[in-house]
Design a protein around this ligand. Structure first.
Ligand SMILES: *[C@@H]1O[C@H](CO)[C@@H](O)[C@H](O)[C@H]1NC(C)=O
Ligand SMILES: *[C@@H]1O[C@H](CO)[C@@H](O)[C@H](O)[C@H]1NC(C)=O
Ligand SMILES: *[C@@H]1O[C@H](CO)[C@@H](O)[C@H](O)[C@H]1NC(C)=O
Ligand SMILES: *[C@@H]1O[C@H](CO)[C@@H](O)[C@H](O)[C@H]1NC(C)=O
Ligand SMILES: *[C@@H]1O[C@H](CO)[C@@H](O)[C@H](O)[C@H]1NC(C)=O
Length: 587
């Protein structure tokens, strides 16, 4: 039999089949080419195939001849095989999970070692989906009081700029309800009296788009540190207590620091203005809207814009780097950007809502996804790798970690989440954020591998179709690859790939797949992990990673009650056809 590798480069042409589906061809090259023409495949595919078969033959000869003569050449170049899934899907986990416990113990040691005279009080929570995995509290609530106890989950901290999550949630909520037409609506649509000099764009930003018009200073950009608005109003500090009219007057003779949408630039002004625009829109003041529509909805009873000693809630006393207690300033006009107080228990509830836990969420899943998608990569020198609404995004071990930090006299806070792992971490600090070794990054350096491993190793329960019969039997993709579908004892479908080329190139343990039943005639392909991300087929490769978790859509059953075949649209593979019986291969 002649070896015919074939169409593995189809990956690059966005036409990969399920494993080996398009990579293997029992016919001769000439047959394949005619077959292809008849089926009116794009010419480019044919050309590719032709070139490739020439290349492949060469590569094949090279691989098999040269190494025999000079084995040391091969030994010097061990090719590390990357195993997949690199990004496992969150699935319900069964505790206890030893690697996760070990990671949390490390985190405990780390945080415990960081409390000091300038960081007297620290509370931390780690969340996974709908549960608190761990929470721990270190130090003393009030360093001036020798008898002060340690903080607990109900201890109140200032959360400073973490408050910016609330005007952002309000924006998305109003957008979802239709009170805000578009996230990309320009600010001056809602606040016609707003103006600012923009020497970098041309003229004033209008609401109608014309070619060459300056980028719009939109609501989304305001929530995403992309408005180009200055950090603060001209010569004000965070305690400035003027009104919005006065703020607009100050802005009139100020300049944008960057064209909107082009550069990450931290702005408190943007969030205060956003909160005011939105409250105008609902006809209710910002703070009472947030209380009614967010805090009450999520039962965040310990979160407020003010801490009252009479509330009976215990405050962690913030300190300066000198060790002196910091006063509880009121932020005035900047309150929406950083005024709030909260506890680790309440921040855990907010984090769960942001992770989209069913029943605990404020926004629809698609709105939430929009809110959690980074907007722009930031320039080097900015303190985050990318910006989102209102997130500072950093990349750790391949994951986007979304965080909102807050730092205000005497306090530091961080709410963070990794949506793709359903993981969240909250840190509340009374005192000064340690400058060396970012605590959150260190926390994630322990947690990410542990959680990722737990998801990867979790046993998968697959669903069986109501009746497996219509799906059982033999199938082929263009007589190149062959499949046998069987059912296991519980009715879950197993797919075995076979054929001369499968035997020649796919290691035995990766030839079988499992099919998870989703709905009538639709299944999801699952490889048993770990599996190689890419299968090397001579000098080209086929990506198993792209194939894992894709959908198979079986055809309507025929008169015999059998499905005549299936499509895999995500793999651009159509008309995999049933054949009646096991094919016979000649060699
Ligand atoms: C997350 O929690 C919900 C219930 O609150 C549950 O239905 C879902 O399966 C969980 N997901 C994971 C990945 O644990
Ligand atoms: C902290 O302790 C000092 C000294 O006992 C006391 O004066 C102060 O009121 C305490 N602060 C709080 C917020 O409990
Ligand atoms: C992300 O930002 C950090 C600093 O916060 C920097 O050290 C790192 O190189 C950045 N990474 C990328 C990919 O830009
Ligand atoms: C496969 O080969 C058989 C026999 O040569 C032929 O009848 C059939 O049409 C081919 N099927 C496909 C899908 O090309
Ligand atoms: C493929 O290999 C299996 C054993 O792994 C063998 O039973 C089968 O006959 C082989 N098929 C072909 C077509 O070579």
């Amino acid at each position: 039999m002649r070896v015919r590798t074939a169409r593995n480069v189809n990956n690059r042409l966005e036409r990969p089949g399920p494993v080996a589906m398009e990579t293997l061809a029992p016919e001769t090259a000439a047959d394949c080419r005619t077959e292809r023409m008849k089926l009116q495949w794009p010419v480019v595919g044919t050309v590719f195939f032709f070139l490739l078969s020439v290349l492949m033959t060469f590569a094949f000869i090279w691989q098999y001849r040269i190494p025999k003569l000079r084995p040391e050449v091969v030994l010097k170049r061990p090719v590390p095989v990357e195993m997949c899934p690199r990004f496992p899907e969150p699935v319900p986990l069964t505790h206890p999970l030893t690697p996760v416990r070990v990671a949390l113990e490390k985190l405990d040691v780390l945080l415990r070692s960081r409390t000091s005279r300038t960081l007297p009080s620290l509370s931390a929570v780690v969340l996974l989906n709908d549960s608190v995995l761990w929470n721990a509290h270190f130090g003393k609530r009030n360093i001036s009081d020798l008898s002060s106890p340690a903080p607990d989950e109900h201890t109140v901290y200032r959360i400073a700029s973490v408050s910016k999550i609330f005007p952002t949630l309000m924006l998305y909520k109003l957008w979802e309800k239709g009170s805000v037409g578009s996230l990309d609506d320009p600010l001056d649509k809602y606040m016609p009296e707003f103006s600012i000099k923009n020497p970098l764009g041309s003229e004033a930003s209008g609401s109608s788009w014309i070619p060459g018009s300056p980028p719009s200073l939109s609501l989304r950009r305001m929530a995403g540190q992309l408005s180009g608005l200055p950090r603060r109003l001209r010569s004000t500090n965070l305690l400035w207590d003027g009104g919005t009219e006065e703020a607009l007057q100050l802005l009139q003779d100020d300049v944008l620091v960057a064209d909107p949408g082009t550069r990450c630039h931290y702005s408190n002004v943007a969030f205060s203005l956003l909160a005011r625009v939105l409250s105008q829109q609902v006809g209710q003041d910002f703070e009472s809207w947030v209380s009614e529509n967010i805090l009450q909805k999520l039962n965040m009873e310990e979160t407020s814009f003010q801490w009252e000693p009479s509330s009976g809630r215990q405050l962690a006393v913030g300190v300066y780097s000198s060790g002196q207690p910091a006063p509880l300033y009121d932020l005035g006009w900047y309150r929406p950007a950083g005024q709030m107080y909260s506890t680790s228990a309440d921040m855990a509830k907010l984090t769960m809502a942001l992770l989209g836990v069913p029943g605990a969420s404020l926004l629809r899943q698609d709105t939430l996804t929009t809110m959690l998608t980074p907007l722009l990569r930031c320039h080097t020198g900015y303190f985050a790798n990318a910006t989102g609404t209102p997130w500072e995004v950093s990349r750790l071990l391949g994951y986007d970690v979304l965080r909102k930090d807050g730092d205000l006299d005497g306090y530091a806070a961080t709410l963070s989440l990794v949506p793709s792992l359903k993981l969240g971490v909250v840190l509340l600090i009374a005192g000064v954020r340690p400058t060396e070794g970012d605590l959150l990054n260190q926390a994630y350096s322990y947690l990410l591998p542990a959680i990722q491993g737990a998801y990867r190793d979790a046993p998968r329960t697959l669903r069986a179709p109501p009746d497996p019969q219509p799906y059982l039997g033999f199938f082929t993709y263009r007589n190149m690859t062959f499949y046998e579908i069987k059912a296991d004892s519980s009715g879950v479908l197993l797919m075995q790939q076979f054929g001369p080329q499968v035997n020649a190139s796919v290691p035995a343990k990766y030839r079988s797949l499992r099919l998870d039943y989703l709905q009538a005639r639709v299944f999801r392909v699952l490889f048993d992990s770990p599996y190689p991300c890419k299968l090397k087929l001579h000098s080209a490769s086929v990506s198993l990673e792209n194939q894992d978790r894709q959908l198979f859509n079986f055809f309507v059953f025929n008169k015999k009650g059998l499905s005549p075949g299936f499509d895999a649209p995500a793999l651009n593979t159509y008309r995999v056809q049933r054949i009646y019986g096991r094919p016979f291969f000649t060699s």
